[in-house]
Design a protein around this ligand. Sequence first.
Ligand code: PLP
Length: 455
Amino acid sequence: MAVEQTFDELHFAQQPEIETAIPGPKSKQLLERQRRIDSSAVAYPKVVPIAIEEAKGATVRDVDGNTFLDFFAGIGVLNVGHSNPYVMEAVQEQTEKVAHTIDFPTEARLDLIEALNDIAPGALNDNNRVVFGGPTGSDAIEATIKLATYNTGGDGLIAFRGAYHGGSAGALSLTAGNKYKEDYTPLLPNVRHVPYPYAQAQGIDPEDAADRALANVRELLEDPYSGLANPAGIWVEPIQGEGGIVAPPEGFLPGLKEIAEANDIPLIVDEIQTGFGRTGEWFASDWDDITPDAMPMAKAIGGIGLPLSATMYHEDLDTWDAGGHVGTYRGNAPAMVGGLRAIEFIRQNDLLSHARDLGEYIRDRLRESAEVNEYLVDVRGRGLFVGAEFADSEERTGKELVKAVQEECYERGVLIWSAGRRGNVLRLIPPLVLTRKQATVGMDIICKAIERHAA
Ligand SMILES: Cc1ncc(COP(=O)(O)O)c(C=O)c1O
């Protein structure tokens, strides 16, 4: 089906338009009501104090009628934009027919599996199986832990410092941030976190960072006295997201794949945040031309934010018997149709090259601001997965600088988020349907804020 609407029509016309102080009076009421009855685990509104009324494309409107540019996309979920009409149309039709189908065959399910095969990285194309389980990224990570331990008979899991793989027990074991796990130990007992190549933080050049990181993994697997007796797999984000949009140096991921192969264990590449065009390729693995042995996916796979996750893995690993991996919500047909339509939309509108072009533009603008603000020490990422790292100034930590920029931005109508081990990285991950004009207006606001907070 041809896509009728242009990018401009995907968004609210006001881009942005702020009519009240933030939070406005109605947002304040809902925030207060939420504070009284919702969980104290609620986090996002504590940083960006708005209550959302509706959203379209790369624009979000709060209950007070303020319209924001969304440089955040529901944490990298809304790659084709909020309420994308091409996706919505099929989702609504499917919802009226049937929504919950467990793992019975439906056209929605099988069409999506075939579409995923078409965009699969490297040699996974035509050599894979896809398993659906629970709807979150963490669920997909749990599936990979089961897949790897079942196939290897091992229990040693290798992950990286700075990693985020989710919040359920197995996934949390792989997640590196101590703040997420310190109150919930013990988790899985046999997990090793080795350094990710993060040249900026290590103060070394990227090639050395990659060599060191690979040497650590190799030693862990090949030194007979490393203490890791029965390894099951290596889990890696192809670009660390929560860890600060840290793109590894060239050669790191291919090197990791070689080590995994030499040691006969799977390399599990977590494409949950980087998938579906986010980095300007279908998957970040494509940048380095590597083939994951298993690839958990979630976030953007449901098209317009419908909950769905899936794990693609090499067919040689498909050794499970019936029921080997399960979950009640493994047949969300509207989300599957949503995913299929989102893939079509990305392809028909060439959003991969759009993401690459716009990402370069955004990074260029940030680099210009770094000339004015010496504390903006690194600008990085690929496609529309952009990070800007701040160092501590004499008066404020990098984290405080990021927070100040973030506040000024939402007051002027741009929603941005943070990342990084010390919260000192601005994370810009807008929907891929962001227009050039929106990118320009948004970056004018973001760069002005960065330049104003130059100390
Ligand atoms: C790389 C990565 N893996 C896994 C997850 C966990 O996904 P979820 O929050 O849907 O469980 C996330 C979430 O941000 C992520 O960024």
